[in-house]
Design a protein around this ligand. Sequence first.
Ligand code: MG
Length: 384
Amino acid sequence: MDRRKFIVGAGLTALAAASPISLDAANKRGKRINVNHRGKSGKLKLSFEPYELKLRHAFNLARYSRTTTPDVQVKLEYDGIVGYGEASMPPYLGESVESVTKFLSSLDLEQFTDPFRIEDILTYVDNVAPNNRAAKASVDIALHDLLGKIMGQPWYKIWGLNPEKTPVTSMTIGIDTEEKVRQKVEECRGFKLIKVKMGLDKDQETINIIREMMPDVPICVDVNQGWKSKEHGLEMCHWLAERNCWFVEQPFDKEMIDETAWLRERSPLPIIADEAFQRLPDIVRFKGVYDGINIKLMKSTGLHEAYKMVTLARALDMKVMVGCMTETSCGVTAAANLSPLVDYADLDGNLLIANDRFSGMTVENGKITLHDIPGIGIKLLAGK
Ligand code: MG
């Protein structure tokens, strides 16, 4: 055996030992693998820059309105391979460009010479400071992108998931004037599920417009904590159930636990938690309060914990939804890798912005479509 073949062989054997990927799969993709990835000289290098997301439409929710979302784009490099990540910071989560850059600046990832030590690396990142969930997610996403590229495989394959089992994704219609709602409904043609933001005084009016324009497409509603009384919530759930609605997300203030449990007992529609939780330990107390959870990478600190959330929710016999913030295709595609495991998906954040930097997962005939691209499954667009 010549020296080069020996080195490639040794590298693949080491890779197979270090990861759940079969040696067969690694051999078939051998040329994509950097055999030096476990070399002692390798170091994880983190870099980042602010990137303001421009929204295609003003985003009006029950509690606020905005036209941009602050975001930080992240790169994690190891032996010449680059993984991409991002932190998106809608204001209600309490993070900002300043807090994210401060957190990322405080990290010393160069201490890690083996990028496959996911537990060690992400536990270190999590323990540097509390909160900072989007900042932590940006490192987790970039690490997953990097590792998938080193292994030459997309993460849905690494997790053993069937890409045929992806759900449809909803497209979101915000709270708006009748003219704007009609315009948005037109833009939603082709989607197989419409998500409607609620919680102000125009809930029924908005649904009536959508039902008139699209009588057959199922809807789901996100109240964003906007309903004030349990009686009104129950009345609305019955009204929505008669209009082909699949579920209701976060009907009441996250502190209204008793009212939510009361509604869940009586509602004909599943009640899904969103603002009510952030991290994995929060979910245990939801049994009997919510029927399901909406996992978002910017809350869960990324894919590693999001996967654990799916497992825990299933063990509690709860439904699982995967959602997103307004994000580029980087964050949205990362989350899409998990989608074959979930009941519902709301992965339209990249479609709501005008300045995406990546191509990634696509929506075809309303369904999330994963592509065979190593890592989280994205490509940087030319000139970005
Ligand atoms: Mg929500």
